[in-house]
Design a protein around this ligand. Structure first.
Ligand code: HEM
Ligand SMILES: *[C@@H]1O[C@H](CO)[C@@H](O)[C@H](O)[C@H]1NC(C)=O
Ligand SMILES: *[C@@H]1O[C@H](CO)[C@@H](O)[C@H](O)[C@H]1NC(C)=O
Ligand SMILES: *[C@@H]1O[C@H](CO)[C@@H](O)[C@H](O)[C@H]1NC(C)=O
Ligand SMILES: *[C@@H]1O[C@H](CO)[C@@H](O)[C@H](O)[C@H]1NC(C)=O
Ligand SMILES: *[C@@H]1O[C@H](CO)[C@@H](O)[C@H](O)[C@H]1NC(C)=O
Length: 328
């Protein structure tokens, strides 16, 4: 009898341990509530300052989080320096930005709570704050991610979608991350803020798919405006805003623009204009174009989903001291 009750106690202990480990493996909104109680305030203030200095930084931080999560999960790998860094992958080269702002946020967080908060979590909070401060909805950021030990440049080239890709392959890249067609359309609404370089869309302006003419799905005054902004002899480094109506405001003009042939990238406009769109994404674009609250709510949900991609938890990875290098 005695023996069996200590046996039961043993299994109870194991069960408790396993349930704790299961909890540890989940992200949670209050992960740092005792270890870094002012974390959210610190990040909010830093993001506020960064956006005050340069409005575009909101967009840049959002994109960094997306590019982090799609490569080896949300593990801060996009922030690592080094010639094999994801920074040098095609989707990031000469376009990913916000690294100095991340350095500044990290250093404020380290002053308050040294060695406690991961760069991956700071980036997830910064992306949320960037959206909120640009007019979007807030959401509770789930926390407890740890930082990865490697960057994956090849992975970035493989996993991140290109602006010339068609709906089936973009959808496949999202599906590989556990994100569905709704997530594709909603998260493409991230292009409600920010800018793109001419090189990412200029094929649409002059000789689209070797037709000798611009992309016929682009509205004509927008074509001529962009042709002026992106001369065919230029270096492709000029930029244009994604949302010509409200460049810095996080709203649903992105979707209204698609209805009017005013999507900037091919990957934007095809959500409404391509043959595949007619059977898949077009209805969602129309839905969000005339329902701002629904878009903002769904965007927040999809961001939480994206933030959950393969986090390192427990004792995996590390808490980086400097977001640019793994700890020595
Ligand atoms: C659906 C597939 C996507 C494609 C093909 C795509 C492609 C691009 C490209 C080509 C640029 C411009 C980069 C440059 O100037 O070189 C860009 C910028 C941007 N992307 Fe995406 N993107 C996609 C999805 C997303 C998602 C899911 C988000 C976030 C939720 C996002 C947020 C942004 C933001 C905010 C910018 C502007 C960044 C800035 O101004 O610094 N994109 N994207
Ligand atoms: C890099 O990313 C690719 C594509 O996501 C993945 O298949 C590969 O396992 C990753 N490599 C490392 C070393 O993490
Ligand atoms: C995508 O997933 C969300 C839940 O995360 C669900 O509400 C939505 O209906 C799904 N969309 C599609 C097209 O399956
Ligand atoms: C468009 O590109 C194709 C293929 O490069 C080329 O053969 C054609 O001459 C170009 N047309 C114009 C009008 O530039
Ligand atoms: C475009 O800008 C990047 C820096 O952002 C620079 O390295 C590159 O040389 C520029 N391209 C050209 C053709 O000047
Ligand atoms: C966007 O701007 C264009 C040009 O200024 C204007 O014609 C259009 O009505 C605007 N659309 C919205 C939804 O504000």
């Amino acid at each position: 009898m005695k023996r069996s009750s200590s046996f039961n106690g043993f299994y109870f202990f194991i069960a408790l341990l396993m349930s704790c480990m299961a909890v540890r493996a989940q992200l949670s909104a209050d992960f740092y509530s005792t270890t870094c109680p002012n974390l959210l305030k610190i990040v909010r203030k830093e993001v506020q300052n960064a956006i005050k200095t340069e409005t575009r930084m909101a967009a840049s931080l959002l994109r960094l989080h997306f590019h982090d999560c799609f490569v080896n999960g949300c593990d801060g790998s996009v922030l690592l320096d080094g010639s094999d860094g994801e920074k040098f992958a095609f989707p990031n080269l000469n376009s990913a930005r916000g690294f100095e702002v991340m350095d500044s946020i990290k250093s404020s967080v380290e002053s308050a709570c040294p060695g406690v908060v991961s760069c991956a979590d700071i980036l997830a909070i910064a992306a949320r704050d960037a959206i909120l401060l640009s007019g979007g909805n807030s959401w509770k950021v789930l926390l407890g991610r740890r930082d990865g030990l490697v960057a994956n440049r090849t992975g970035a080239n493989i996993a991140l979608p290109a602006p010339t890709e068609k709906i089936p392959s973009i959808t496949a890249k999202f599906a590989a991350q556990g994100l569905n067609l709704t997530d594709v359309v909603v998260l493409s609404g991230g292009h409600s803020i920010g800018f793109a370089r001419c090189v990412t869309f200029s094929d649409r302006l002059f000789n689209f798919s070797s037709t000798g003419a611009p992309d016929s799905t682009m509205e004509t005054t927008m074509v001529s405006d962009l042709q002026g902004r992106c001369p065919i002899t230029g270096d492709g480094n000029n930029t244009a805003p994604f949302d010509r109506n409200s460049t810095d405001l996080f709203d649903n003009h992105y979707f209204q623009n698609l209805l009017n042939g005013k999507g900037l990238l091919s990957s934007d406009q095809i959500l409404f204009s391509s043959d595949v769109a007619q059977t898949t994404t077009k209805d969602l674009v129309e839905l969000y174009s005339n329902n701002l609250p629904l878009f903002l709510a769904d965007f927040a949900n999809s961001m939480i989903k994206m933030g959950n991609i393969s986090p390192l938890t427990g004792s995996a990875g590390e808490i980086r001291k400097n977001c640019r290098v793994v700890n020595s």
